[in-house]
Design a protein around this ligand. Structure first.
Ligand SMILES: Cc1cc2nc3c(=O)[nH]c(=O)nc-3n(C[C@H](O)[C@H](O)[C@H](O)COP(=O)(O)OP(=O)(O)OC[C@H]3O[C@@H](n4cnc5c(N)ncnc54)[C@H](O)[C@@H]3O)c2cc1C
Length: 463
């Protein structure tokens, strides 16, 4: 007997959970969720023990439930800013959401340790039993991000026997000092591995860091929510627009973004070519700058007992060095597909780095509008960035989507109330005697149109 439901959701990671949460709020639909893991949270189940969000928790999770309850850190490298949930907190949050909201609703059937095969067959990973599931409305593919983390993505370089090479997760299980550390990979995971070792008191000269490409990174102080951070949040958005308007070329734009305090780089003498949206505090950046053994010879190709071979040369591997693999892609730049296509919905980013915000908004659009062409027209998906210039394309799509949403009162209402959009709510709370804030918002609004025009001009030069 096939199982019948309205929506069949593949994936109970952050995207699947955020999508279902809003669908539960906005509809009376029945939902089946299928996931390979034994509990919700997706890749957070495999994250390294010291992982934390790199953006404030206030902007993460699902729409209906707070994460971190608006607390600020008072100690550590994020002091003064909103808390960054740990991996353990995220797993507990998603588990409680399933146990306390989704399942008690009586509308969600959760099939963990199972995978969707084709579009309507669910296979148990434990027993191999297969079951047909018929979706009356849509199949929702919440696996499009193709997340890659070191614990489940083996290194793409050959490692000779006897070389001690571990995924980043193992750093938290070290039981004896190592002669030295070679961190392979310079994305957010590599940065976290370096900061973790430095926090344990490892001498920076005992760390070598393979950095195939330098990245631009974002300053977390600019990405805070709430009235207390109004000038940071809106100042950041305004400076972005003003910088764009003033820019004479794409390379000029990047340097201007840095000069305006929008972008940061680890080594001021090297011009980054990558941009994955990694977020650091100024204090974390200062820690990373303590490491001088940065290896810029491209990607690692192989490691043997005494040498590391990279695309552009080799370096010695001193005896007793622990190689820490941080080379998984994280969020790869997977090509975008239409969000609504036939019987399928594929949640993707609609706003720069708006992973969970976008999933919730897509569920709201699904619940609010009937015509799939209309829905697609207001929800152009973004390809996650890899190269520095991708920032422009991402911003262009974000601005276009935002502008289209502003034409729909139902969406405006949702945006004004959505917890996951709270970073932008402070603009609606300005008091008439707050002249500085009013002036900033005027500057922001004045620059939207010229910035959009300049964005198109600069993007045209990339082709
Ligand atoms: C270290 C790190 C820090 C990060 N910090 C932030 C942050 O601060 N803010 C932010 O917005 N983002 C952050 N991210 C990005 C992160 O990718 C997203 O926030 C989000 O967790 C991605 O969720 P997802 O649902 O797309 O993917 P996943 O977590 O990978 O979930 C997909 C799920 O689909 C399941 N699945 C796959 N195929 C099938 C199938 N055939 N059948 C059934 N189930 C299937 C998998 O089992 C998995 O559970 C971070 C990422 C990393 C690695």
């Amino acid at each position: 007997m096939p199982l019948e439901t309205d929506y069949l959701v593949m994936g109970a990671g952050a995207i699947g959970m955020a999508f279902v949460d809003t669908l539960l709020t906005d509809t009376d639909a029945q939902i089946v969720i299928v996931d390979r893991h034994h509990r919700p949270g997706g890749h957070w189940n495999e994250a390294y023990p010291f992982v934390r969000l790199h953006q404030p928790a206030a902007q993460y999770g699902v729409n209906s439930r707070e994460l971190c309850h608006g607390t600020k850190d008072t100690v550590g490298l994020n002091a003064g800013m909103y808390g960054l949930s740990s991996g353990a907190e995220l797993i507990a949050y998603f588990d409680q959401l399933m146990q306390q909201r989704f399942l008690p609703s009586g509308r969600v059937r959760y099939l963990p340790m199972s995978q969707l095969v084709g579009s309507d067959e669910v296979e148990s990973l434990v027993t191999g039993a297969r079951q047909r599931v018929t979706a009356r409305r849509k199949v929702v593919d919440c696996t499009h991000s193709r997340m890659q983390v070191p614990a489940t993505t083996p290194p793409r370089y050959a490692v000779a026997q006897g070389v001690h090479c571990v995924p980043v997760n193992e750093l938290a299980r070290l039981a004896r000092p190592q002669a030295g550390y070679l961190i392979v990979g310079a994305g957010k995971t590599g940065m976290d591995a370096c900061i973790f070792l430095l926090a344990q008191g490892v001498d920076p000269d005992h760390i070598r860091w393979v950095m195939p490409r330098d990245s631009w990174v974002l300053d977390r102080a600019n990405l805070q929510s709430g009235d207390g951070f109004f000038m940071n949040t809106w100042g950041n958005l305004t400076r972005q627009l003003e910088t764009l308007v003033a820019a004479e070329s794409v390379p000029d734009l990047m340097l201007r973004l840095e000069a305006a305090g929008e972008w940061m780089r680890i080594d001021p003498s090297v011009l980054p070519s990558a941009f994955h949206g990694a977020i650091l505090s100024a204090a974390e950046l200062a820690q990373l700058r303590r490491i001088h053994g940065v290896v810029r010879l491209g990607r690692v190709k192989s490691i043997d007992a005494s040498e590391v071979h990279l695309e552009q040369g080799s370096i010695p591997l001193p005896h007793g060095t622990l190689v820490v693999d941080c080379s998984a892609a994280g969020i790869p730049s997977v090509a975008a597909v239409p969000v609504w296509a036939g019987q399928r919905i594929t949640p993707q980013w609609l706003r720069s780095f708006g992973t969970v915000f976008s999933a919730a908004l897509i569920a709201h659009v699904e619940a609010t509008f009937d015509d799939d062409d209309q829905k697609n027209a207001m929800c152009t998906p973004i390809v996650p960035p890899s190269h520095a210039a991708d920032w422009l394309r991402m911003l262009a799509v974000s601005m276009k989507n935002q502008q289209l949403w502003s034409k729909h009162p139902q969406l405006q209402q949702w945006l004004a109330e959505a917890r996951l959009n709270s970073m932008f709510h402070s603009a609606a709370r300005i008091h008439p005697d707050e002249g500085e804030k009013i002036a900033l918002m005027q500057r922001y609004r004045q620059n939207i149109k010229p910035a959009a025009a300049k964005l198109s001009e600069l993007i045209a030069t990339l082709r």
